[in-house]
Design a protein around this ligand. Structure first.
Ligand code: AMP
Length: 170
């Protein structure tokens, strides 16, 4: 896990001036580190205590699908506007660098009661909070969230009302 942090590259003023963008793609170019990370995330109590995983578009899909495979848990996707077909539930949110909305297929939630949210990075917490509101609106429960990186100075975890896990705190 020591090598993990060195694989995360910082790009300043991307995608907007003032943002220090943490690029996690170096992790998936190192299969040994990626594998170790997925083993660690999959065995976390947040994953164990959930019936299904919700991965957030787009980089959350990379980690969520690998965790889903290893932990043998169903994966559901939370996607950006105009990406999903069918009957959807939708919520808006503010991002560190903009505004957007996330949607989930209603059908996908039906069979499960508790969900673990997976994303690449926790910044202000707006994105994960949006998924929490989607889940609560459906009468279901979030068992917790897990991210690869947490930007601690932004205090995103204060917005979240469940166990919040992250592998690297920067
Ligand atoms: P937030 O809603 O502020 O917690 O932002 C988290 C989401 O936005 C994640 O899906 C990240 O991929 C992305 N994100 C926000 N800030 C950054 C950043 N500084 N570097 C990389 N990704 C970011």
């Amino acid at each position: 896990m020591e090598k993990l942090e060195s694989l995360i590259e910082t790009y300043y003023d991307f995608p907007k001036k003032g943002i220090a963008f943490k690029d996690i793609l170096g992790i998936i170019r190192d299969p040994e580190v990626f594998r170790e990370l997925i083993f660690k995330m999959s065995s976390n109590h947040v994953i164990k205590n959930s019936e299904a995983i919700i991965s957030i578009e787009a980089r959350g899909f990379i980690f969520g699908s690998a965790i889903s495979f290893l932990a043998c848990k169903p994966m559901i996707v939370a996607r950006k506007p105009a990406k999903l077909p069918g009957d959807l539930i939708q919520e808006n949110y503010n991002l560190e660098y903009g505004k957007s909305s996330l949607s989930i297929q209603k059908e996908a939630l039906k069979r499960f009661k508790s969900f673990a949210i997976v994303d690449d990075l926790l910044a202000t917490g707006g994105t994960i909070n949006c998924v929490e509101r989607l889940i609560n609106k459906s009468g279901k429960k979030v068992s917790g969230s897990i991210s690869v990186v947490e930007l601690i100075s932004l205090k995103g975890r204060n917005k979240l009302d469940f166990p919040v896990e992250s592998i690297i705190k920067i």
